[in-house]
Design a protein around this ligand. Sequence first.
Ligand code: NAX
Length: 328
Amino acid sequence: MKSPIRVAVTGAAGQIGYALLFRIASGAMFGPDQPVILQLIEAPVEKALKALEGVAMELDDCAFPLLKGIVQTDKPEVGFKDANWCLLVGAKPRGPGMERADLLKDNGKIFIGQGQIIDAVAAADARVAVVGNPANTNCMIAASQAKRLPPERFTAMVRLDQNRAQTQLAKKAGVDLTDVRDIFIYGNHSPTMFPSFAHATIKNQPATKVINDLPWLQGPFCEIVGKRGAAIIAARGASSAASAANALVDHVRSLVTPGAIHSCAVKSNGAYGFDPNVWAGMPVKTTTVGSYQVLPSYPMDDFAKSKIAATNKELVEERSFVAEMIKG
Ligand code: NAX
């Protein structure tokens, strides 16, 4: 048996947390031979901490053989201590009438603090995956505070968008989901994201050829994927939770599986025209456990370039809203 790894999860008593923790403890994220210690972090709010107690009781009641310990805390310095993976799910939701700039600033404060504490107390090999929205910019903010951990250790999740796009292509083509490959998400986890269909394949043929409906791919397809989160809220009365938790399992699983090729929001190195100071979704290939390289060579046509320019513009704007905060 391997020695346990420590997995810190913020927002652990939230709805994504509730769909996520049991999957981690069952081995879905790190594999069936990797024991885990869950370090569950909640906001210092009585109701949330009480709910967390209940979640921990249920985890105990599952008798997961791989679960070797549970820490419950509202103190990030305790929760992130020696963590090998820090999954930043908790964030302040956008309230009614709240401006995006204010949401960014409120969350900015949370992610500045968490970035500093992770850098100070997490394990030497720590990796950070951000889900809490606005995920790309929150990730950039947390990474900006790290002096010890390099920026490549900080990724944000666009995997839910990739999964959504894969399913939509499979439905349109009337094929099995597994026949659809190489569909990647570029840019922000927001309606401006670009699901780049031009390089996707269906049964090893170009998806554009199999679907043979460019207006649908450029229009409704991009729109359905970009606005899927809102459609779920409209239908369910609550935001995506199980699918988001599942996507985080996929995100991390791919990052610990050498050879996996997947969409991930990472620090831009200028590839695809992204500003080098933003975290943007793009295709990456996992090299060694927890490390990856950007696959920079998918050619882009004018349509793709304009979509990427739009999502890049939004990321640069988000960054400008918090530029003052991350200076020091
Ligand atoms: P919930 O509101 O159900 O849960 C959030 C939890 O975070 C709460 O229990 C809250 O007490 C806790 N929290 C708040 N501030 C905290 C802090 N400073 N430290 C620790 N815990 C803190 O939200 P949920 O539905 O679980 O969603 C969590 C986040 O994921 C939201 O920001 C949401 O927008 C985002 N999403 C991101 C997605 C993505 O693909 N990147 C998709 C799904 C989801 O919308």
